[in-house]
Design a protein around this ligand. Structure first.
Ligand code: DGP
Length: 114
């Protein structure tokens, strides 16, 4: 069976979509850790940041970041700010093996992260 994010983009699993735009989509995280917690995900299945090709996938990586910032603006996180997080493999806390960018907002973030 394909990964959960591939199932979502194929319409085989449900999600609360924020955006579905070309090669990238954004959904609300099912286990939010902040008042706003949105995942920006490429439609192409890539396991983690380490499997992205810096040259071939540079436009996709830029698109993910630009999409996150665009969504943040649209939902009024631009005045107070927000945090973008990429978890990579086990030490990075990655639990879904399909690369994604977390957009977190709506509360004061802590540093250092846990
Ligand atoms: P990470 O731990 O960085 O791999 O983040 C994976 C996130 O994906 C985690 O915050 C929970 C979220 N997630 C897992 N399964 C689902 C799902 O079926 N639907 C949605 N919307 N989010 C999911």
């Amino acid at each position: 069976m394909s990964c959960i994010f591939c199932q979502i983009v194929d319409g085989k699993a449900k999600a609360d979509f924020v955006l579905n735009d070309g090669d990238v989509f954004a959904i609300r995280d099912v286990h939010p850790v902040a008042p706003t917690h949105i995942l920006i995900i490429p439609k192409k299945h890539v396991r983690s940041l380490l499997e992205l090709d810096g040259a071939d996938d540079s436009q996709l990586i830029s698109k993910m970041v630009a999409t996150a910032v665009d969504v943040a603006r649209r939902i009024d996180l631009d005045e107070r700010g927000f945090r973008l997080v990429w978890n990579c493999r086990s030490d990075g806390g990655q639990t879904v093996d399909h690369v994604h960018l977390h957009l977190l907002g709506g509360r004061q973030m802590k540093w250092p992260p846990g």
